[in-house]
Design a protein around this ligand. Sequence first.
Ligand code: SF4
Ligand code: SF4
Length: 354
Amino acid sequence: MSTQTAEEVSLRGEKNTLIRRSKPDRSQRIRQIVQWSFVALNGWLGVQFYLWVRYFERGGESLYVSRPSGVEGWLPIAGLMNSKYFLFTGRVPAIHPAAMVLFLAFLLMSLLLKKAFCAWLCPVGTFSELLWKLGRRIFGRNLRLPRWADLPLRGLKYLLLGFFVFVIGAMSAEALVADVKMLNFFRDMGQTAAIVLALLVLGSMLVQNFWCRYLCPYGALMGLVSLLSPVKIRRDADACIDCGKCARACPAGLPVDRLMQIRSAECSACMVCVAACPAQDALQFSLPPRRPVAPAQRWFRRALGPLAVAGILAYIFLAIILLARVTSHWQTNIPRAVYMDLVPHANELSHPGM
Ligand code: SF4
Ligand code: SF4
């Protein structure tokens, strides 16, 4: 009687011998460092921005810090509006240029590295991941919705994206304080907003990446752009032992063990599948392979390790910000007196670009 394990038996009827990977995988450790560094950066920007707002709310009677333009990364609609303006006029808008700069940087990341922005940088993605891991620890597992519910729900984020693209109009004076209104939303959260947020937290604990998977229009856009990415998760059938560990580990529920490459807009380049794979050269985040050679050569200088991914993301992020700064397309240059008028009354101004 054979004592073959699942790892030794190929579901395709072929039998690939397991050649264990030679080096331990560090992708998740590196990704978490990048994720939490970005959360820390955003926290620092948040504190700076709060102090800036407080200065105007107190009529100039508190510490003044300059407005951190990076906070505009939280204004995706302004980013989209400004990009549209730039596309049609060839001019960089004077209000919230950093929103556009960051928006374009994140789009470029998605174009090159799938939805790496979502799994490596986005603070909402980082907290979503923390919540489903916490939920798994508390409840013992996460829920996977049945396909008939999962598919239409996944379509919701595209509908939301379509809605926001549809409602984008011309920028108006109120957009000047869209960032202040966003801060106020979290500071003076009403009961309804608090209940919705609590439900989202609960949903995120039960279902992996609930917000990102079903509701985030920004992620939907990144996902659509990521379809063009030349770098994808790729499986090597000659090295794969069909153990299915990659598919079971994938937070997006993708059938990694059955596909040769992951084209899906749901793939966030998190590399969790790569980390779970026990076989040398069976699964990589890579450019198309060289052929026809042995697996080790096939992926030589084609596969991207986690340090390379982190390096490319950091390079795009810093290079685009530097370029925007030296060309004076980073700061919103509005006189203090205008802000002194607008900031304390931000909530009285209506604008969809929060
Ligand atoms: S396929 Fe791999 S990289 Fe893509 S989402 Fe699933 S686990 Fe992450
Ligand atoms: S690619 Fe997936 S199925 Fe193949 S060996 Fe790796 S984890 Fe197992």
